[in-house]
Every structure is written in C-alpha cells, then in structure tokens.
Design a protein around this ligand. Sequence first.
Ligand code: ZN
Length: 447
Amino acid sequence: MADEQSPSPEKNAITRREFIWLSSLAAAGLMAGCATNPVTGESQLMLVSEDQEIQMDRQYSPFQFSADYGKTQDTELSNYLDRTGKKMAARSHRSHMPYNFQVVNANYVNAYAFPGGSIACTRGILLALDNEAELAALLGHELGHVNARHTAEQMSKGMLTQAIVGGLAAAAGTQGASYGNIASQLGQVSAGALLASYSRDNERQADALGMEYMVQSGYSAAGMVGLMDMLNSMGKHQPSAIELMFATHPMSQERYQTAVQTAEIKYKSAKKNPLYRDRYMDNTARLRAKKGAIDQMQLAEQQMAKKNFSAADTHLRRALKTAPADYTALVMMSKSQLVQKKWAVGRQYAEMAQQSYPQEAQAYHLSGFAKVKLKDYDGALEEFNRYDNVLSGDPNTLFFKGYCYEGMKKYPQAGKEYQRYLQAVKQGNYAKHAYNRLRQWQAKGLI
Ligand SMILES: [Zn+2]
C-alpha cells in the first residue's frame, strides 16, 4: 500500500452514534416542549431528556477521559476527589444523578462536566489550587452546570438553529489538527462537542450554585474567591495553560467581583468556615511531587503547538528523567516521535506507555498506528483489537482494522471492516478510501 495516500482525518464528519442521537433529537423536536428547570423551577425549552443526558454522558465521557490520558492511577487522590464531590452532589438539586468525579492525567488547567454527572478535573488544575475549599468551589461550579442542565439547554437552543450539527462535525474534524496532519490521525474520535460552550449567564448561575453547594457542605465561601483569583491571574500570566478553560467557561473580572461580594454579604456567616488546606495538601502530595515533570510537559505542549518538536522532545526527556513511568509523558513522547515520522521510536514509547497503564486506550492506538506505518499489519491489528477492548465505539478503529486486513491482503475481512466503518462515517478521506476499495474489490470479485 506504499502507493496509497496516508489515511487522513475525518473532516466535517459525524459519527453514527451522533447521527442517531441527532435524529432522535430531531424526532423529539417535533414534540418540542418545555421542562421545569430543576434549579429555578421555571419552565424552559428542553429537547433533551434526563435519560438522554445520562446516555450521552456514558457514550462520550470515556473518550474525553482517554483523550485526557485517562483517569489517575493514584487511587487515594481519586477517592479523595470523589468523596469531596459526592458530599456536595448529595446536597444539589439533582442529587439522584449518577455523579462521578475524576482526576484525569492531562497537564492543562481545566475542569468539565458531562450532562449525566461525570465531572473531571485535570491534574494541571489540581496543582494550581491551594486548598480543599477551592476544589469544592471548582466541583461545585461544575455541579451547577449539571444541575441547571446547561449542556442540555445549549443543545436544545442549538437544535433550533441546527447549529449543533456543525458543532459536532467541526469538533470531530479539528481534533489534533493544531500540529499537523499526522497528529490529527493520532487522536481519537472527539467527545469535545458535548462540552458545550456555556453562555455568560450559565457561568453566573453555575458560580452561584457552586457557592450554595459548597457553603451547605461546610466550606468557607472564600474558596470561590480563591479559585476565581487563581484563574484570573493565570489568565494574565500563563494564558496558554488555561486557554481551554476560558473557551468553555467564559471568565471575567465580574465573576471574581461577584464571588467577593457574595462571600461578604450572602455567605458572611460561612466566611469563618474552614478551607481545609492541610487536608488538600496531604491528599495531593504525590501529585505535587510530580510538579517539576508536569511543568516540563506543559512546556512541551507549548512547543508541540508551535511544531517545535525537537524542543518539545527536550522538555519531555526532562519530564521522563524525574517521572520515567508517567503515562502522559510517554504518550506525548510517542506522539511527538510519530509526528516526526520516527515510527520505530514512537512505537517504543507507546509500548512503554502501555506497560505503565494497561487499562488506558490511547497508547494502543498509537502503537497500532506506528505498526501500520512500519507495515507490521498483524501486529497493528492486535493493537487495534486491544484498543477496542479498552475503549469500544470509536469508528476510526474499524477503518484501521480494515486497513490492516487490506495490508495482509485479506480482502473479505478488510471489506467487512470498511463496510462497518462506512455505516458510521460517510465523509472524509478514510471514508473515500474505504468506499473506493470496496468498489475495486467487488469489481475484481475479491469480495
Ligand atoms: Zn463553567
């Protein structure tokens, strides 16, 4: 297949699941009605049911967690976050939702919520927080988005203008596009579309709800002031680290001022509540021990975004010197090598990443991709099967499996995978390749 153009990323494509979901949403739209907002008690246009919120969450959140290098393997930290979040969730307006709180291994500063109650924050933001009250403010804010059903609200509004279709497709096509064509093939199908951009009103409401939940759970309202202060100053001094956070959560001086005033007036009596700084420091100690390595990874990300791969490699080597088994650093190093077309070295780092975190999917995709490039199609197929076992439902895996079978000249099997792929995805270079092959093989009687 040396004569073939390299498989390229999906542009403007939506997955079959998204298509089915959109179709069902459109059907629901015929009966468009209003729902009572659980927080305000007011009637609100709502095309997404609670069951759909939970279902979307279950389908998409695993992809986002994986794109963020998986959930932390530090079980104590993970339990601590879940405990802290669930304490507040129990006091929220939708306490019955299936909440779960995750630390993900990404280095950038962000937190996000899926509409069914899966809430995550990155290790990057945990390093930037100073105490448990600030963490409570962060998780409370995300709980606010879930409770006021902001994602469902944004989607309902989007459906009216059909903007959501473009939104999903655009997200699928832009993933990883920032550092080159190969890079975009290393990513997974995007879940980012569900991380709707909230309106400023949504943000104000989430802040207010976050403060309510945290104070009810016994924290000082000063935690929200501290959080806003940290985000604002980071926005000024390290804007690149916080870009995504600002994109999904519009920030402003106004929100900081509101937090100050609300803490002073509405929650004055709770001002003396504890911040639990020591407890936060104890539970994040192992994470903070990696701060030097994570700083290097953040620098590497900046260099990769500028396509300065040799500079990125230098930072990653420094990160791996102090944290040799860090999954994120190993995956980043693998990606950097693959983007530079150093297939064998890229494969080596992907395999090291697999060893350090066998339950996480990304590294299997990367080694599969490297093996395709090295024309080790049997090996690659094995990797894509493993990937599928860990994280199923990514249509790109169907394409790559087909591509492996094609490499092995096993046309009937290849045809089967390509057909399944085309059922999910209709546009883009992968779809074109699969379609053309099917036609050729049918004409030659190979399938
Ligand atoms: Zn927000």
